[in-house]
Write a protein that binds this ligand. Structure first.
Ligand code: HEC
Ligand code: HEC
Ligand code: HEC
Ligand code: HEC
Length: 163
């Protein structure tokens, strides 16, 4: 074997070992991240058949994990931004693995609210809207998106339904 060839083999071997360490390092970093928030849902298919026997719109894919992951990978939101108790008080100290009630358990009217009744005050209209899962979920998602960025138009959340 020529000296030159030996040198090339040597360089390839060293860089190969280097790559192994690099890959192991990345994996360890990822495992550590996963350990921090183990039991929060990942991407949720929002298809609540109790609230809507039939979905007219495309099914929303809600990236729960990304919404709670720390910035800059995620949006860095606290649990209490979306989860609250029976008085509407934010559940800010919710920990991964804690049981969480479905929105529909409290915002328990099915389907879509009727057109707002003009004889009602704006406060009453808002209260009526929030009785519906439909009203609560749209208010939560879009209310924040209007302030912090994020999709507010129908098709950005609901993909074109397959027909
Ligand atoms: C930020 C995301 C988002 C945006 C924007 C949005 N929606 Fe929704 N929408 C949802 C989620 C989440 C649900 C709950 C679906 C479920 O859990 O089954 C929903 C449910 C619905 C439903 C009931 C289920 C169905 O498919 O029939 C209708 C109708 C609906 N949305 C219409 C609209 C319309 C019209 C717009 C635009 C004015 C809109 N949405 C904008 C997230 C969004
Ligand atoms: C941006 C809004 C948002 C934030 C922030 C958020 N969640 Fe959620 N989470 C939801 C929605 C919406 C659901 C679905 C509720 C439903 O189906 O009625 C949900 C569902 C859950 C569920 C139930 C999963 C299942 O499969 O039924 C758990 C557990 C949960 N969240 C934990 C957490 C924890 C812990 C945090 C904080 C680290 C958190 N969530 C932050 C919106 C959020
Ligand atoms: C244990 C019962 C309960 C559960 C579960 C629940 N809510 Fe609520 N929610 C309330 C109460 C009570 C209020 C206050 C109502 C009022 O002020 O009239 C409220 C208020 C709201 C409001 C209006 C106030 C605000 O924060 O902007 C939105 C939007 C909302 N809920 C969305 C949701 C969503 C989305 C979920 C599921 C992730 C959820 N709620 C789960 C009881 C509940
Ligand atoms: C408290 C604030 C907040 C709430 C509540 C919230 N989001 Fe978001 N969402 C964000 C932010 C911030 C972004 C990123 C905006 C950007 O940088 O473009 C985002 C982005 C998104 C995106 C586009 C990128 C992606 O991650 O897929 C979708 C879709 C989305 N949100 C769906 C939802 C749905 C569905 C809900 C309700 C169940 C919801 N969001 C509730 C803050 C929120």
């Amino acid at each position: 074997m020529s000296k030159r060839l030996k040198q090339i083999i040597m360089i390839l071997t060293i860089s190969g070992i280097g790559m192994l360490f690099l890959v192991a390092g990345i994996n360890a970093e990822e495992a550590e991240k996963a350990e921090k928030k183990p039991c929060t849902p990942d991407v949720m298919e929002m298809k609540n058949e109790q609230a809507f026997p039939q979905h007219r719109m495309g099914i929303v894919q809600f990236d729960h994990k990304k919404h709670v992951a720390d910035k800059p990978d995620g949006y860095g939101l606290g649990c209490g931004e979306c989860h609250h108790d029976e008085n509407g008080e934010p559940l800010s100290d919710l920990k991964p693995g804690d049981a969480v009630k479905n929105c529909l358990e409290c915002h328990n009217k099915q389907g879509r609210p009727a057109r707002p009744d003009p004889s009602m005050s704006p406060e009453e209209q808002q209260k009526e809207k929030l009785k519906y899962y439909y009203g609560a979920i749209h208010e939560n998602c879009m209310g924040c998106h209007k302030k912090q960025g994020g999709p507010v138009s129908c098709m950005e959340c609901h993909p074109q339904p397959q027909r």
